[in-house]
Design a protein around this ligand. Structure first.
Ligand SMILES: Nc1nc2c(ncn2[C@@H]2O[C@H](COP(=O)(O)OP(=O)(O)OP(=O)(O)O)[C@@H](O)[C@H]2O)c(=O)[nH]1
Length: 374
């Protein structure tokens, strides 16, 4: 995690974290925008009480209304783009900037009350860091700029003595420091929690030796998701069942560690040669794997199986000083849901791929057998 901004260094992990929290972030922002609108408008009463019904107080109320309009527009934009991370960040930052600009304008126009404004400024700083969810660096930039602007205005327009001004500035610096520290703690805690959840989820869906998906995840989610997606969008779907040949001999000759090295190398090949986040590699049994290839026809499936077969056969696996030669057999079953009569169920696809795999074993191993399902 990057220490200052308290975000994952890996952009992809950070994006997944942000997306995971997006609904909560938006809900919190909606409340913050409503809260901001009520308070900005509510304090218009004090403008009128201090200044009476003058053109000056009307201008102040106008400035407050502008902040409220921006906050409410942000609220509508959140409703319009509920899945957009970029929009969520933009509306959070724009509303923060508008709230600070409005506040500084009001402070400048009611320049006789800077010690009262200082209390509001301290509250505003806490709200920016902790209450409005935004990237920590954006909150820091807005809060520090607003604080500097406020102290400069107090110096130029206020009637404070130097010592009062210095004390107020120090207190506001402290508010920034504690706001930043508290916000940073939240950010770190949320990410730690997300990391722990991700690790637990991975443990429950993946095989610990090879990192491939496990069979439970295949049956609970993967296969059904991919089949229904292929059916809905009338796409083709291919599965490859593969099994290392004479694996018992590998274990007997090189020990269990040698067998594990071959399993790892084969799983690594499959993961490297398939499409990231599209294809799935499942450890189906001891030395048996299942590949699920969405939007892939029989020809594509056979090509991949052939490439895998050749890669394994021609690249012996290093194990200590020795090299282990290994081969595998493959059964490829494909279905095209563009054909209206395709009714193949999950079990049929896997059972067919399994039969084809055993046909490949019967045929002499180190080969690919394939079939297009109706
Ligand atoms: N090293 C290691 N071996 C495993 C693992 N899981 C299963 N095995 C072994 O894999 C071997 C599978 O043997 P068989 O089912 O007889 O199949 P085979 O020897 O590969 O023969 P064919 O599949 O007919 O080519 C057994 O010896 C299992 O103990 C594992 O995680 N690590």
């Amino acid at each position: 995690m990057a220490p200052l901004r308290s975000e994952f260094r890996n952009a992809d992990a950070e994006r997944r974290f942000q997306l995971h929290h997006l609904a909560d972030t938006q809900a919190q922002l909606r409340i913050a925008f409503l809260f901001c609108s009520v308070f900005y408008l509510g304090f218009a009463v004090t403008d009128v009480m201090w200044m009476g019904y003058t053109a000056h107080s009307a201008l102040l109320v106008g400035a407050r209304l502008l902040v409220v309009i921006i906050a409410l527009t942000s609220l509508l934009l959140l409703r319009r783009f509920p899945r957009s991370l970029a929009m969520t960040r933009i509306v959070a930052t724009v509303t923060e900037v508008a709230a600070c600009a409005g506040f500084l304008l009001i402070a400048a126009w009611r320049s006789s009350e800077f010690s009262l404004h200082a209390i509001s400024m301290a509250i505003l700083i806490v709200v920016l860091y902790i209450y409005i969810p935004n990237r920590l660096m954006y909150a820091l930039a807005v809060a520090v700029t607003a604080t500097i602007g406020f102290v400069l205005l107090a110096r130029l327009l206020g009637s404070m003595r130097e010592v009062e001004l210095a004390t107020m500035a120090t207190l506001l610096v402290l508010a920034n420091v504690f706001g930043y520290v508290a916000a940073r703690r939240y950010q770190v805690l949320w990410r730690d929690e997300f990391r722990a959840q991700t690790v637990l989820k991975n443990l429950s869906v993946r095989d610990p030796l090879t990192g491939c998906y496990n069979r439970r995840h295949l049956h609970e989610q993967l296969l059904e998701t991919e089949l229904s997606r292929a059916q809905r969008y009338r796409l083709s779907l291919t599965v490859i069942m593969c099994d290392l040949d004479h694996f018992k001999n590998v274990n007997d000759s090189f020990g269990h560690d040698g067998g594990d090295a071959v399993l790892l190398a084969f799983a690594g090949l499959m993961q490297a040669m398939t499409r990231d986040s599209i294809d799935s590699v499942v450890r189906y049994g001891g030395e048996e794997f299942l590949l699920i290839l969405p939007e892939t026809d029989l020809r594509g499936g056979v090509q991949l199986a052939e490439r895998l077969r050749q890669a394994l056969a021609s690249n012996p696996v290093p194990h200590g000083e020795r090299m282990i030669r290994a081969t595998a057999s493959f059964g490829v079953a494909s279905i095209d849901f563009a054909e209206p009569e395709s009714l193949t169920a999950q079990q049929t696809m896997i059972a067919t791929a399994d039969k084809l795999l055993y046909a490949a074993k019967e045929g002499g191993r180190n080969q690919v057998c394939a079939l297009q399902l109706p």
